[in-house]
Design a protein around this ligand. Sequence first.
Ligand SMILES: Nc1ncnc2c1ncn2[C@@H]1O[C@H](COP(=O)(O)OP(=O)(O)OP(=O)(O)O)[C@@H](O)[C@H]1O
Length: 233
Amino acid sequence: MLQALGLQAGYGPSQVLFDVNLSIAEGQVATLLGRNGMGKTTTVRAIMGLNPARGGTLTFRGEDIAALPPERVAQRGIGLVPEGRMVFPTLTVRENLVATAADRFRRASPWTLPRIFALFPRLGERQNQLARTLSGGEQQMLAIGRALMTNPWLLILDEATEGLAPVIRAEIWATLAALKDEGLAILVIDKNLSALKRLADRHHVLEKGRTVWAGNSLELERDAETVRGWMGV
Ligand SMILES: Nc1ncnc2c1ncn2[C@@H]1O[C@H](COP(=O)(O)OP(=O)(O)OP(=O)(O)O)[C@@H](O)[C@H]1O
């Protein structure tokens, strides 16, 4: 579904990604692992067209997306839950969700407000509240709901559980498992290896802008010590 080969990207004169290789099959959950500053967010930005690829290849559902601007990438069906959530603070929960709503692919059962509120009942209870008055966990749920309202084929979450209470984290992990069961492909950036091992099919470790390890959860178990070393945990 998504494949990056030898991906390169950076900011102005500084190159950050040198050789990122990443693949996510349909309906799979994949992870991007690595210490802070190793290029995970930059990889996401390259996929989304925010920091366009400068080398290598990037394909999504069989199409070359390397040169597409961000709005086109989103239209192709990649939904981003960015680092720091970035919900619209002065819009209500409902307005945040409606703002991005689109069903470009005429899905069999598209995401709607009632479906989002069934997934996150708390958002339903607070639908007329301004987003900035929500707790961190609720804002994260809203960010996920907003990405789902674009009816993506692939959902990307950058540090979605960071700074959240354990009980809220558990809720987010359970939600991602439910979305996977529905067939949604997901790319997760997170540091919680034990949750990721259960949820994800494939893992990629980044070190200084290069994919230095990739494998499934069994292989991750086998190479746990090495991977933990790369992650600094
Ligand atoms: N806007 C920017 N301008 C210049 N350099 C940047 C910018 N954003 C990030 N970088 C640099 O790019 C490198 C990779 O950062 P990136 O955010 O992709 O890492 P990360 O693996 O996602 O880590 P983190 O968990 O800290 O977000 C770092 O050296 C960082 O300093």
